[in-house]
Design a protein around this ligand. Structure first.
Ligand SMILES: Nc1ncnc2c1ncn2[C@@H]1O[C@H](COP(=O)(O)OP(=O)(O)O)[C@@H](O)[C@H]1O
Ligand SMILES: [Mg+2]
Length: 236
């Protein structure tokens, strides 16, 4: 059951999903570079990044005052704002919009926090359906090793510490991420995800992504997407 609105605009929407450490951002960044190298107009949108809710989120997080429902509402507000003011106009203008996480992140994460599936999905029913949704499937331990190896401290909400899963922040993170992983797996078929085996090398995954992009929307990229004009050779 996906009640998203079909994309009737010139532009194309490509999104990536997966648990923390699955390699989404790495892959999306390589994909956008590749698209830009073809002079295609590419814009980028990141989860939880709208100016409108950033301040509130930061203050609420600091005071650890969010319930699962208020957290869910804040993410939905952030999304609605970015969707209206950035994603839609970019699609109308004919750009490729690359989104690092989309509504599916809320479907997985908010439900892992105990919010009802139907309620979360209803919050995002205004969203445009992505032309391509990539899901980076990775075992929990691989993702955890990548994250814990490469970064400083885990954050309170990121680790799901508000859920009282464990007093140990790494253990809490593990349990929380495993719930999120279960939700991703459960919705994968229904949402038409293109599943990428995210244990493979960065290069192999990128090749697979590019192939899927060419197969699915290659003609549209060629014909419909806005292109930046050729640079004028000033020296010549
Ligand atoms: N295929 C891969 N194999 C090994 N390490 C990877 C791979 N893809 C990404 N990484 C590393 O794992 C970490 C998390 O990657 P990132 O792209 O930030 O994941 P996400 O955005 O899903 O949280 C980074 O340090 C990144 O360099
Ligand atoms: Mg990321």
């Amino acid at each position: 059951m996906s009640r998203f609105a079909p994309n009737r605009y010139r532009g194309k929407l490509i999104i990536v999903e997966g648990i923390d450490g699955s390699g989404k951002s790495t892959q999306l960044s390589l994909l956008s570079q590749w698209l830009r190298s073809q002079r295609l107009a590419v814009s980028f949108s990141e989860w939880n990044s709208s100016d409108m809710v950033k301040g509130t989120t930061r203050r609420g997080k600091k005071k650890q005052m969010f319930t699962p429902t208020t957290f869910s509402l804040i993410h939905a507000t952030d999304f609605a704002d970015r969707h209206e003011r950035y994603i839609l106009p970019m699609l109308k203008a004919g750009a490729v919009v690359c989104a690092d996480r989309y509504a599916y992140t809320a479907f997985a994460r908010d439900v892992a926090r105990g919010v009802s599936r139907a309620w979360v999905r209803n919050l995002y029913s205004m969203a445009i359906k992505p032309n391509l949704a990539f899901y980076f499937r990775v075992p929990l331990d691989v993702a955890l090793d990548r994250i814990l190896g490469g970064r400083a401290a885990l954050k309170y909400y990121e680790a799901g510490m508000d859920l009282d899963l464990s007093q140990n922040i790494v253990e809490s993170f593990r349990i929380f991420q495993s719930r999120i992983l279960e939700e991703y797996e459960a919705m994968s078929g229904e949402m038409g995800f293109h599943v990428i085996d995210a244990t493979q090398s960065i290069e192999t995954q990128q090749q697979q992504m590019r192939q899927i992009v060419m197969d699915r929307i290659g003609a549209a990229l060629e014909n419909d997407i806005l292109r930046s004009p050729l640079e004028i050779d000033r020296a010549g």
